[in-house]
Write a protein that binds this ligand. Sequence first.
Ligand code: ARG
Ligand code: ASP
Length: 715
Amino acid sequence: MKFLRLLLLLFVIQTQAQQGGMWIPSLLQGMNESEMKSLGMKITAEEIYSVNHSSLKDAVPQFDGGCTAEVISDKGLILTNHHCGFAAIQNHSSVEHDYLRDGFWAYKMEDELTNPNMVVMFVVRIEDVTTKVLEGVAALANESDKQKKIQENISSLSNTLPKEAWQENKIKTFYDGNQYLLFVTETFKDIRFVGAPPSSIGKFGSDTDNWVWPRHTGDFSLFRIYADKDNHPATYSKDNVPYKPKHFFPVSIAGVKENDFTMVMGYPGRTQEYLPSVAVNQIVTTLNPAKIEVRDKALKVQDRFMRKDQAIKIQYASKYAGVANYWKKWMGETKGLKKANAVAAKQKFEVAFQAKVIKAGKQAEYGNLLADFEKNYTEIQDYALARDYFTEVVMRNTEILSVGYKLYQLEQLLNTKGEQAFTDRKNTLSKGIDEFYKDYNVEVDRNVFEQLMGLYATKSPKQFLPESIIGVDTAKLTATVFDNSKLTSLDSFRSLLEGDTKTVIEKINADQGYQLVKTLADAYTKNVAPKYDEINLRNIATQRTYMKAILELSPKSDRIFPDANSTLRITYGKVKGYKPNDAVYYEPFTTLDGVMEKYVPGDYEFDVPKKLIDLYNTKDYGNYGVNGKMPVCFIATNHTTGGNSGSPALDAQGNLIGLNFDRVWEGTMSDIYYSPEICRNIMVDARYVLFIIDKFAGAKNLINELKIIQPKKTK
Ligand code: ARG
Ligand code: ASP
């Protein structure tokens, strides 16, 4: 009995250990492929990535730089998240056609809307170019020369390595500079908007439900790729035709069960899985709490104004969502890292690492790495904190300071690049700045300013602050700046930029808002930036050697995946519920019943469209429902991060079963420390997507384009 339990435990640990990681699709053969098969995958690594045949990777482009999409028809139809298409949907909206509020559907191709500047990028092939990139680097003595040489090699290789005329060569570093891969890519530039549900479906639950499970959001939108007559990328032309993909995903409405295999392909942005314990500890105890406090104060002010004034609510909705997104993420991350004892786990790893170094007789090469980290991170702490305060307070969250900082950069440009560069930038700035002031409310900013300057003057490391800020009376400073500065309105801002160079420089330097920005920015550039950069460069070098040592000294079975770097990756795992807290267990599936449980009529986050309520009441779910219920979202152990939004969630056969859009609150620490017990990615179920397109929107034209895999008939 005891023995059986032990066996079972070993088995559980074994299957858990097989999860986590974001893998390079061209390197799956071997360890990954067998793991994937043991977890239930029915296809081969060659079917996921192949240079010679069409494969799954041919249906997974990066969407507009920051998200992922998937091709779902042979006419270039792509699916991504509502929050990824959000800016485009907003751009096409006006008071008469509010596509954010009401949704949009192109019932024929002629109705699709063009999106200037939107791009979609496919990976054609991946090649290892490490040796070529590192040529002549080892001979150089110092770190910055090495970095320079690497950059030179990368740019000359990008220009000379073979590719077709319509393709690009992109070289990216992996494992902190221990491996370099070339991505040959194709970037399509004529992308048209095809459809999106109303925000009350696509953004249902909004900020309250963001990073939270159980979730009920239909976070999807549809676009179409157009190509020239040769099926190559081209800028918009009415003569362009729908792109013929090498592969597109069949959409399965057969669903998945708990413990079924799933995989997610996409373009995860950035993770830091191999930080030493001292760095993680710094994030948990110092950096995250500081950033959270700044945003907390800014958000409270914005929220207070948004609640009592509808116009401000519209002006600040998108800004608020942007600030709140990572505020909330950092809180979840900090909590998760503490609860999972990530620092202790890293320390344990480091003890074992040190022992391996000694055992391998590599003390000379690797023996001092951990001590170096300890020294570097201790030394950098105050600089890193000052940097975060400067970024969060001056550049990000106090609008008058962030707009003033643009003028600061303008003046710097004059000093470094001369008058022509200055005039060009001045003109662009003056023209584009109405975008900023359209959504600017001076009362909101005045209150944010007072709060955040209070924090800056008392919490940012004093030794780097300008004299005049230490112990300043923030109420007085607020009055001085806001009663006098011309940075507070569009017209007065533009008036500052009128006249010849000398006049402009004089005018901005006479402005009390600008004077403050300049004082803060000068102090930062002089007291913080150079030293931060210097220590950081040392840390980068140490991290690279540490990574090299880990790769060298670990057994193959240790599953060492490279940190995310916005390149195409695949992660795999199982559909699974989780247990965030004592006595609480979360099931892995949600349904439309939960949407109705959360429904608050008229609420800006939890309203539900009447048509959806009608469909719910009549249970008119067509083929998409299961036993009288409509599936909405589900979770699994796939290891994802920002950039994976819109990524295809695939079943064991490589059919589309959903699309990724978020992670659970308790597991957002996965960017630093992945735990299979608590880290879950959140996906919208493909059946909900099709149900909304078909039953809610009546867009049969789109349904007819798809290849739909029906559930197997059960007797
Ligand atoms: N947390 C998700 C991600 O990081 C969704 C963000 C969009 N939604 C929102 N309410 N801000 O992108
Ligand atoms: N919501 C994120 C994105 O937009 C995904 C994540 O961080 O899990 O990419």
